[in-house]
Design a protein around this ligand. Structure first.
Ligand SMILES: *Cc1c(COP(=O)(O)O)cnc(C)c1O
Length: 381
């Protein structure tokens, strides 16, 4: 049984006729840029995030960039973000001319270590970007306390965590801005690139909306230097077909995670494997199920699973502080936990359509790989 990391066809093909209907409707409308479907999707995402404004954009990356541009962050400013994240978080900061300041992560949750963030605040720090990694939110109470102590804007990177909650509050609805992605591998995956920026502040939302279309208002009169960050009508129409199913897909991911945690628990007991956990007071959306494998065995175990037809991925093999493009910042090695995570993490298939048979195939490949990959440590329990 071959198990991919993600099976987009298993999710999309059952909805094919509804997609075709939406596609045909948009084609015939002749409205391809910011059409009525974009407005409808914006309203729905604002509602489920619990904020007043949502702005459809061209990608999750552009949602982050647009948030930073709206806050007028630029040269001379510093922005805190985790080192252990996808590149877009840090890349957007650098693209504004500001300096990303890399913060270490917590081993327990993979999320930003707010105590380390506090140590790295300076008089130039303007904002913090907590990333809700793998589908579970960062400790937003701690982030918001730090932000209010130092007057920082907060941009939640929710690319992997739409629908996640922290003490009853939704991802994206707590900070100054929330940035979502509809990249095909996210929990609400589109047909190409797309994203959404959410915000509760009327003035900031108004400025972000203007910046999304070259900063012009009215047309051809430019108040700001913006960009083209618009979401396509077609993309929004297709996402609206998927949105009613999205909670059910998260429930299936949660079921997969619970099953993995149960089956793999005995193997975690001996310390070679660390399982991801849903923290008390949090609702995890399990965009990734990421284990940690100690003792330098991760790559051998991954290869052994691949030989048995089970795909996995390393999110992420190199933290931001030691990336070539950020070497000039002189922060390399400042985040020791991030460095360790990069060597230990392995994400295994958790997509909603995996099913019990798929889970069993993954677990059996993993267990046999753990046994062969563990010469020096007994793994039998
Ligand atoms: C996917 C992702 C992004 C970027 O989203 P795109 O839509 O691919 O541009 C940003 N941050 C994180 C943490 C992501 O996982």
């Amino acid at each position: 049984m071959r198990i991919p990391l993600l099976d987009v066809n298993a999710q999309n093909l059952p909805l094919e006729s509804a997609f075709q209907e939406a596609f045909q409707r948009v084609i015939r409308s002749g409205r391809f840029i910011l059409g009525p479907e974009v407005g409808e999707l914006e309203e729905k995402i604002a509602e489920l995030t619990g904020v007043r404004h949502a702005i459809g954009v061209s990608s999750g990356t552009d949602a982050l960039l647009l948030a930073l541009m709206t806050l007028e962050i630029g040269p001379g400013d510093e922005v805190l973000c985790p080192s252990f994240t996808f590149f877009a978080t840090a890349g957007c900061i650098a693209r504004t001319g500001a300096t990303p300041v890399f913060v270490d992560s917590l081993e327990s949750s993979f999320n930003i270590d707010v105590e380390d963030a506090a140590r790295k605040v300076t008089s130039r720090t303007k904002a913090i970007i907590p990333v809700h990694l793998f589908g579970q939110m960062a400790d937003m109470d701690a982030v918001m306390k730090l932000a209010s102590d130092h007057d920082l804007a907060v941009i939640e990177d929710c690319a992997q965590s739409m629908g996640a909650t922290c003490r009853g509050r939704a991802a994206g609805g707590i900070g100054t801005f929330g940035a979502f992605s509809f990249f095909p591998s996210k929990n609400l995956g589109g047909f190409g690139d797309g994203g959404m920026l959410v915000c509760d502040d009327d003035q900031l939302a108004e400025r972000a909306r203007c910046l999304r279309g070259h900063g012009s208002r009215p047309k051809y009169y430019h108040r700001y230097v913006g960009g083209n960050f618009r979401l396509d009508t077609l993309q929004a129409a297709l996402l609206l077909v998927k949105l009613p199913h999205w909670r059910r897909w998260i429930a299936a991911r949660r079921e997969n995670a619970a099953s993995y945690n149960e089956i793999l628990k005995p193997f975690a007991a001996n310390g070679l494997v660390h399982l991801p956990a849903e923290e008390a007071g949090y609702e995890h959306t399990w965009n990734q199920y990421t284990v940690r494998i100690a003792d330098g065995r991760r790559d051998a175990i991954r290869q052994n699973m691949a030989d048995q037809g089970v795909a996995s991925e390393i999110y992420y093999p190199q933290p931001m502080d030691s990336q070539d493009c950020f070497r000039n910042l002189g922060q390399s090695g400042n985040c020791p936990v991030a460095a360790r995570l990069a060597n230990e993490v392995l994400s295994i298939p958790i997509y909603p359509e995996l099913g019990a048979a798929g889970r069993e195939a993954v677990v059996s490949a993993m267990l046999s790989s753990l046994e062969t990959g563990a010469e020096s440590r007994p793994l039998r329990v």
